[in-house]
Design a protein around this ligand. Structure first.
Ligand SMILES: [Zn+2]
Ligand SMILES: [Zn+2]
Length: 445
């Protein structure tokens, strides 16, 4: 029997942010992710409405560009939401933080605290490699995606058809996580992220990035400067912390105080609770030696923000938000940004439109959320601690899949998804397409 499937791309197509896809099967509609675009105010900040009522939603991971609109979906449709337990707990923290930032910036958030709390009623736990029957012959299996704590690839199977949605994907082991699972069985249709999908996107080796990062920080310390590292609370902050910790322990980096501010502390607690999701080395350290490197005494949790700012000697501050869109990092930017001795280290992808991206693109007059602006004279450097696969790794992932018939490239700036889909067609001889937001594509299998 031939089965018809329709994919509706509601956001995150030819763009990064607000990722959401509706999978219309014959007997059920499944919403895959529902994120918000943090770099945009106004209309295109949220995904467009699904053309049909979703019966369930599945969340790949907690980052807000995948999960940010889920409280609205739960309120509107009252549907069950499948996610791993770390994804549920991390997203709850991120939602509350989003509400706080919205308040600081005088913006109207799309949901309220009570919508966030109500989510506990709708969430259903899922775990890696454990199939769940969704409806008669429709099954869901989640696989490790290597991106952040609890992140998953989502596989939906019926008797005739299998669809894999990668969410965000990493093909290399990080300090905390193992890379994506490549043993995912037969896949007919692949929906793949393309953040670094352009042929020019090739990550330097992690070792090289770390060396450069440490060298630059050491130079700043030597000239008496302070280092501000805006970092995403989930994933990037922990990678940066562990990199600094190991280099200070081995004396490759001068021992200066490392201040931790923002949501990072709360997220670190989840890393301890969900040690089972981490890579074996850290699991063992936490489980047997009761030594959690994220709780090393090299780190100081900020109680008084003036302390790191006013101290005479150099120090390092790791703080949210990672794209300088709010949070305590804005306070530090304001206080430290105009001193040419200091350094701002960006550590991850910066969505167009964000302050982080503007700095990276060379803008130096940066407006502040509460009005006024600052002339940034501090050094600005980008270190690619990315938790996304680059184009060669994305191709490597595709080559592990069996039976692939069609690929949809999403979650990438237009030039990237177009280049990536063209190359899949050319090099792999597989049908590939970069859909647009609002496109509804029927597929006969
Ligand atoms: Zn992500
Ligand atoms: Zn993403």
């Amino acid at each position: 029997m031939k089965q018809t499937l329709t994919l509706a791309f509601l956001g995150g197509a030819r763009e990064v942010g607000r990722t959401s896809i509706l999978l219309e099967l014959e007997d059920m509609n499944i919403l895959l992710d529902c994120g918000i675009n943090l770099g945009i105010r106004g209309e295109n900040r949220y995904p467009i409405s699904p053309p049909k009522k979703p019966d369930i939603a599945i969340v790949s991971h907690a980052h807000l560009d995948h999960s940010g609109y889920i409280p609205v979906i739960a309120r509107k449709y009252g549907c069950k939401i499948y996610a791993t337990p770390p994804t549920q707990d991390i997203s709850e923290i991120l939602y509350i933080d989003l509400l706080k930032i919205a308040k600081e910036c005088n913006e109207a958030p799309p949901f309220e605290v009570k919508d966030v709390m109500a989510l506990r009623k709708y969430f259903i736990d899922s775990s890696y490699r454990t199939p769940i029957i969704l409806h008669e012959n429709t099954r869901l299996t989640m696989y490790r995606s290597g991106h952040i704590l609890g992140s998953a690839m989502i596989k939906i199977e019926t008797d005739d058809l299998s669809i894999l949605y990668t969410g965000d994907l990493s093909m290399r082991n990080s300090k905390t996580l193992e890379m994506a699972d490549i043993d995912v069985g037969k896949v007919d249709i692949l929906i793949i992220e393309s953040t670094y999908g352009h042929s020019s996107d090739k990550h330097p080796s992690r070792q090289k990035t770390e060396q450069e990062f440490i060298k630059t920080i050491e130079k700043t310390i030597k000239r008496g400067g302070k280092i501000l590292i805006p970092a995403f609370a989930v994933g990037r902050a922990q990678e940066v912390m562990l990199t600094l910790e190991s280099h200070m322990r081995s004396k490759a980096l001068t021992n200066v105080p490392i201040y931790i501010d923002g949501m990072i502390k709360k997220i670190n607690e989840l890393y301890r609770i969900y040690w089972f999701y981490l890579r074996p080395q850290i699991r063992r350290a936490i489980r047997y030696a009761k030594r959690n490197p994220l709780e090393s005494r090299l780190f100081t949790i900020v109680k008084d923000r003036d302390e790191p700012v006013e101290r005479e000697e150099p120090c390092i501050i790791i703080s949210t938000s990672g794209m300088l869109e709010g949070g305590p990092a804005m306070f530090y930017l304001k206080e430290l940004g105009s001193d040419p001795k200091n350094l701002i280290c960006l550590t991850g992808y910066q969505v167009p439109g964000t302050r982080g991206r503007r700095l990276l693109d060379g803008e130096r007059k940066i407006e502040l959320p509460k009005g006024g602006s600052i002339e940034v004279l501090a050094g600005v450097k980008m270190f690619d601690f990315s938790a996304h696969a680059d184009q060669p790794s994305l191709f490597r992932f595709i080559s592990y899949l069996r039976g692939l018939k069609k690929v949809f490239c999403i979650h990438g700036e237009e030039i990237k998804v177009l280049d990536f889909s063209e190359r899949i067609k050319k090099n792999k001889k597989i049908e590939a397409y970069a859909p647009k937001v609002g496109e509804r594509i029927p597929i006969q299998v």
